[in-house]
Design a binder for this molecule. Structure first.
Ligand SMILES: Nc1ncnc2c1ncn2[C@@H]1O[C@H](COP(=O)(O)OP(=O)(O)OP(=O)(O)O)[C@@H](O)[C@H]1O
Ligand SMILES: [Mg+2]
Length: 502
C-alpha cells in the first residue's frame, strides 16, 4: 500500500476548494498536471485533481511575496527538503456509497482531513469508474489512462466541439464517427469543406455509406435543390440579381405554377427568354439579366426537380456526408435548411432512425451576429431535436460567433485548444463541472488534446485523442514547401527571358 502513497495533505490553498499536498520527487516525479489522485476519509474517497506541481527552486521572489499564510507554511516545509514538491490540487469529486454501491460524484464536497492525511494514486477500480465509462475508445489521459465514453451518455444530449483552427476538432470527430459506426449508428454530416469524404470512403465494409455533393462531382451522388421550392426571392438571394429582374422571375414562376404542377429550370429559362423580347427596354434588360443569372446557377448542376429522399440520406448503420465545398454560403444555408427541416419532420413521424447530425462550421448556419435562412431550424433542432432522437453535434472554431441559443443547448462540450479571450470567456460561462484552473490551461493544449465536460461527466476529462484512426482524415495541414515544389514541376509556361544586352 505504501507504494501507492503520494504524499500528505497540508492545508487549504488560496481558494476554498484548493488543497495543498506535500510530496517528494521520488513519489511524484512522474505525476502530471491534470492527474486525479485520492484521499480517503471515513465515509468517502475524495478525488483531487492536480493543477500544479512546484519545487522550491521553481519559485520566484514574487511568488513568495504573493503567497497567503497557508501557502507560505507549506513552502517553508519544502524549503528544508529541496527534493520535495508542493502539489496544488482542487477537489474534483468523491466516490461514496449512498446505498446503491460505490458511486462517483462530481463537484466540490466538504473537505476535512482526517487523522490520516495521506494522499494516494487511484486504484484500478476507481480509474475505471472515472475514465473507462463506455465502449467508444477515444484516447488517453495525461497520466496514460484509457478514456472510453458511453454511447448514450455522449449522444443523448447535443454536443459541441470547439477549438481553434488546427486544434484537432475534425480529426476527433472523424474518430467518434468511426467508433459510433461500429455501433451501427446513423450519422449525417454537413460538410462545408469536403473534409469527411476520405473518412466515409475508408469506413469498414459493413458500414453503409452515402456521399452527396451539391451539383455534380465525379463519383458522388448529386444533391439537387427542388426548384419548385424556390421563390423569386430565393433566386435573388442566391445570385444577387437586382429588383427588376427579381420581379420578372416572380411573374414567370407565378405563371408557371398556375399552369403546371411541376416545372423545370428549362421552363423558367424559356419564359425569361420570351420576356426578354417584350416590353420596355429596361424590362427587356431585366429579363436578360435574370436569364443570365439563372443560367449560371443552372450550370452548377444544383438545380433539379427533386431532392434526395430523407430515407435514403438517413439510415441505421449508415454514414452520410453532404459535401458542399465550392458552393456559395447562402446556397449552403438554403440546402442545410431543407435537410434539417426534413430530418426533423421525419423523426417526428418516426420515419427514419434516431441519428447523430453533425454540422461542421456551425457558425455559418447559426451565426450569433445575424439571422440567416438556416438560423431558425438550427434553433428548433437545438431546442427540440433531442426529444425526437436527434443528437446535434455542432463544430466551430469560434463559440463567440455561434448563436448562443444553439450553443447553450449543447450540454456536452468537447473543448480543444483555444486562445481567443472572448471565446475562453464564453466557454467559462457555459462550462459545467470544471474549474478555472483547468480552463486556464486551454491556451496551452496540444493538438489533439480535448476536455470533455457536461452532465454525463461528473468530472471533466482531459485527454489526448488517439492518433491511430483507421479511416483517412481529410483535413490536412498543407505542406507549403512540397506544394510549391510540385506546382513548379507541373508549371508548363514559357518563361520570359530578359535580354542580356541591348
Ligand atoms: N489526435 C491526433 N493525432 C494525430 N494527428 C492529429 C490529431 N488531431 C489532429 N491531427 C492532425 O492535425 C491537423 C489538424 O487537425 P484538424 O483538421 O482536426 O483541425 P481542426 O480543428 O478541424 O481545424 P479547422 O478548424 O481549421 O478545421 C490534421 O492534419 C490532423 O491530421
Ligand atoms: Mg476542421
Amino acid at each position: 500500500m505504501s507504494k501507492n502513497i503520494l504524499g500528505s495533505v497540508l492545508s487549504q490553498g488560496r481558494k476554498a476548494n484548493e488543497v495543498l499536498i506535500v510530496s517528494t520527487i521520488e513519489k511524484a516525479g512522474t505525476l502530471k498536471k491534470g492527474t486525479i489522485i485520492a484521499h480517503d476519509t471515513l465515509n468517502e474517497v475524495i478525488l483531487l485533481q492536480v493543477t500544479n506541481k512546484i519545487t522550491w527552486s521553481d519559485l520566484t521572489e514574487q511568488d513568495l511575496f504573493l503567497m497567503n499564510e497557508n501557502e507560505k507554511l507549506a513552502y517553508q516545509i519544502i524549503q528544508r527538503s529541496p527534493k520535495s514538491y508542493i502539489l496544488h490540487s482542487i477537489i474534483a469529486g468523491a466516490i461514496r456509497d449512498e446505498g446503491n454501491g460505490l458511486t462517483f460524484f462530481g463537484g466540490t464536497t466538504s473537505f476535512i482531513a482526517d487523522s490520516t492525511p495521506e494522499v494516494r494514486w487511484l486504484k484500478p477500480s476507481e480509474v475505471k469508474m472515472i475514465y473507462d465509462k463506455g465502449t467508444l475508445d477515444v484516447g488517453r489521459t495525461v497520466d496514460n489512462h484509457k478514456v472510453t465514453l458511453p454511447v448514450n451518455g455522449l449522444i443523448q444530449r447535443h454536443l459541441s466541439i470547439i477549438g481553434m483552427t488546427g486544434s484537432g476538432k475534425s480529426y476527433l470527430l472523424g474518430l467518434l464517427c468511426e467508433e459510433l459506426a461500429l455501433h451501427k449508428a446513423s450519422i449525417l454530416i454537413i460538410d462545408p469543406h469536403n473534409e469527411y469524404i476520405p473518412m466515409v470512403q475508408t469506413l469498414p465494409r459493413e458500414v453503409d455509406k452515402m456521399l452527396y455533393s451539391i451539383g455534380s462531382a465525379v463519383g458522388l451522388n448529386t444533391y439537387t435543390i427542388d426548384i419548385q421550392k424556390l421563390s423569386a426571392f430565393d433566386f435573388q438571394h442566391f445570385t444577387g440579381m437586382g429588383m427588376g429582374s427579381t420581379a420578372i422571375v416572380e411573374e414567370v414562376i407565378q405563371n408557371l405554377r398556375e399552369k403546371k404542377s411541376q416545372y423545370t429550370i428549362q421552363d423558367i429559362l424559356q419564359k425569361l427568354d420570351s420576356r426578354a423580347k417584350k416590353g420596355s427596354p429596361s424590362e427587356k434588360a431585366a429579363a436578360t439579366w435574370a436569364r443570365n443569372y439563372i443560367k449560371t446557377l443552372k450550370n452548377t448542376g444544383m438545380l433539379g426537380t427533386s431532392e434526395p429522399p430523407i430515407q435514403e440520406m438517413v439510415n441505421a448503420n449508415q454514414t452520410t456526408v453532404v459535401a458542399m465545398s465550392g458552393v456559395k454560403e447562402r446556397i449552403q444555408q438554403f440546402i442545410v435548411t431543407s435537410i434539417l427541416q426534413r430530418v426533423f419532420d421525419a423523426r417526428r413521424r418516426d420515419e427514419i432512425s434516431p441519428l447523430v447530425l453533425v454540422v461542421e462550421e456551425a457558425h455559418r448556419f447559426a451565426p450569433s451576429a445575424e439571422k440567416v435562412s438556416s438560423s431558425a431550424i438550427m434553433r428548433t433542432l437545438a431546442a427540440e431535436g433531442r426529444k425526437f432522437g436527434i443528437c446535434l453535434v455542432v463544430v466551430s472554431q469560434r463559440p463567440n460567433r455561434l448563436d448562443s441559443t444553439v450553443l447553450s443547448q449543447c450540454v456536452t462540450n468537447i473543448v480543444m485548444k483555444i486562445k481567443n479571450p472572448a471565446d475562453l470567456e464564453s466557454i467559462k460561462m457555459s462550462a459545467e463541472n470544471v474549474t478555472d484552473d483547468i480552463l486556464n490551461e486551454l491556451p496551452h493544449f496540444e493538438r489533439g488534446e480535448a476536455l470533455i465536460m457536461g452532465e454525463s461527466f461528473p468530472i471533466s476529462i482531459r485527454y489526448k485523442t488517439r492518433s491511430d484512426r483507421k479511416t483517412k482524415h481529410g483535413g490536412k495541414n498543407i505542406n507549403f514547401e512540397d506544394e510549391w515544389q510540385k506546382k513548379t514541376r507541373e508549371k508548363n509556361v514559357k518563361k520570359f527571358i530578359f535580354p542580356t544586352e541591348i
